[in-house]
Design a protein around this ligand. Structure first.
Ligand SMILES: [Zn+2]
Length: 465
């Protein structure tokens, strides 16, 4: 049951559309490296497509009807978009979901110290990272510093051509004989992922008594004060993320791939968003969820397990004139969802970790994972065969290239997604998404045909599911 390479089917028009989508996608992941940045940019795109803030509609008690488009933001990190269809909401929605948080290094709350005449920022890693990836590579700093006066300072350093970057040092090979004998998981200690951010002391004219105890750290504090008007204490209420510096790039002589940070899962998030915005006039209400905290278990107020989604559906139903709790339950249970996260693309260099006929092949289109999990499908949302039949039919009717796959060979490992959380409402959910190489590394690889087929598949699903 070989499925064909998607590139073989493209005519000039399809290739032009693919190029445009992938250019826009590459720019999106280059400019948006945190969940907060993804929300801000996605809201801009949504507003340009006619979406309005649900909070305003609620405040005004504005009636919502078919054709109205609204969005809701939770904690500046999770976004939900809804395009109201002609069918009553009670009959369910067609939902796309993906996550916009990515593995990275978060600054600790008390991060700044000086040692060896250098200033460092101490980090605590977020999500599944191989610590050795993060040393000796240019890094950028993105995030917010919230001050006691209620103001928020936005930080993004290391992306513009003229910006400085940051770096975590690695032990020189000459002194690494002990390190090189360690297993990869221990070669670099996660506690040692401290970012070098300064190497020059402040110099104060006059007596030595006036010299600060830590002059390099003081230099950094002076710069932060001047540039952002923040004090060291303000780190206590900051969310600053260390990410790879620089833009995503086209990859390969044929430019068939994209190399970039955070494609897990922004490749699914961006294509879901683009599909949601592209499809107007729907029968069944369409909804796209771009959520935070998936990489650490979908917990917290901005994670998928919070009540934000359910509450937002309730608000929307109330504005359509139906605030019955039973109608809300029916809506949720009757919905259908593509829960999208990246799949492990088949990698010839690690071929023994895959079972090839059930592996995602790069360039073979949108992936559907009936189940994920590990050790006997444990923790997996195992989609119904009935639902898969519907999804197959939708994809085939729209001519979307797709493939079915598992996350590696049995026993090689495993992973989870947000699918099971939505399935708790009783709705039909299947894991889907785009294949990547080097998942959770600093620079993940996608094939542009898969990005394009994801977008096409999501559009087809919104229209017909
Ligand atoms: Zn993911």
């Amino acid at each position: 049951m070989e499925r064909p390479n998607a590139w073989k089917a493209y005519d000039e028009a399809a290739l032009a559309e693919l190029d445009q989508l992938c250019d826009d996608y590459r720019a999106f992941i280059s400019q948006n490296k945190t969940e907060r940045e993804c929300v801000v940019s996605s809201v801009k795109l949504a507003e340009a497509a006619g979406y309005v803030n649900l909070a305003d509609a609620v405040a005004e008690g504005r009636e919502l009807k078919a054709g109205d488009k609204v969005y809701a933001v939770s904690h500046n990190k999770t976004l939900m978009l809804v395009n109201l269809g002609t069918q009553p909401l009670e009959q369910g929605m067609n939902i796309l979901g993906a996550h916009i948080d990515s593995p990275r290094l978060d600054l600790k709350q008390n991060p700044l110290y000086e040692a060896g005449d250098m200033a460092y920022l101490d980090t605590h890693y977020y999500g599944g990272v191989k610590a050795y990836h993060w040393v000796a590579t240019p890094l950028a700093l993105h995030g917010v510093i919230c001050k006691k006066d209620g103001s928020t300072v936005t930080v993004a350093v290391g992306e513009e051509a003229g910006d400085p970057v940051f770096c975590i040092s690695d032990l020189l090979i000459h002194l690494a004989s002990d390190q090189m004998k360690k297993p990869a998981s221990e070669a670099v200690d996660h506690e040692n992922l401290d970012v070098i951010v300064g190497g020059r002391p402040v110099v104060i004219e006059g007596s030595d008594d006036d010299e600060p105890k830590e002059p390099v750290k003081q230099m950094l504090l002076d710069i932060l004060k001047e540039k952002y008007d923040v004090e060291e204490e303000d780190f206590l209420s900051a969310e600053l993320e260390v990410v790879p510096a620089g833009p995503a790039r086209d990859m390969g002589f044929d430019r068939s791939m994209i190399l970039g940070y955070g494609q897990d899962d922004r490749v699914c998030a961006y294509t879901s968003l683009a599909a949601q915005l592209a499809v107007e006039n729907v029968e069944r209400t369409s909804c796209t969820l771009l959520v935070d905290k998936e990489e650490i278990g979908s917990v917290g107020a901005s994670g998928m397990t919070s009540r934000f989604f359910e509450n937002t559906v309730a608000e929307i139903m109330a504005l359509t004139g139906n605030d019955s709790p039973l109608a809300l339950r029916r809506c949720l249970a009757s919905s259908r969802m593509l829960s999208s996260d990246v799949s492990a693309g088949f990698d010839q260099l690690y071929a023994d970790r895959f079972e090839k006929k059930n592996a995602a092949i790069m360039g073979h289109g949108l992936c559907f994972n009936k189940y994920t999990g590990s050790r006997g499908k444990s923790g997996s949302n195992d989609a119904d065969a009935e639902y898969l039949a519907l999804v197959r039919d939708i994809m085939d009717e729209a001519g979307v290239a797709f493939q079915t796959c598992e996350l590696g060979r049995i026993g090689a490992g495993g992973g989870g997604t947000i699918a099971y959380i939505l399935a708790e409402y009783g709705m039909q959910v299947i894991d889907s998404g785009v294949a990547v190489l080097s998942m959770h590394s600093l620079y993940e690889v996608t094939n542009k045909a898969d990005v394009y087929e994801a977008y096409r598949g999501y559009k087809a699903f919104i229209k017909r599911a």
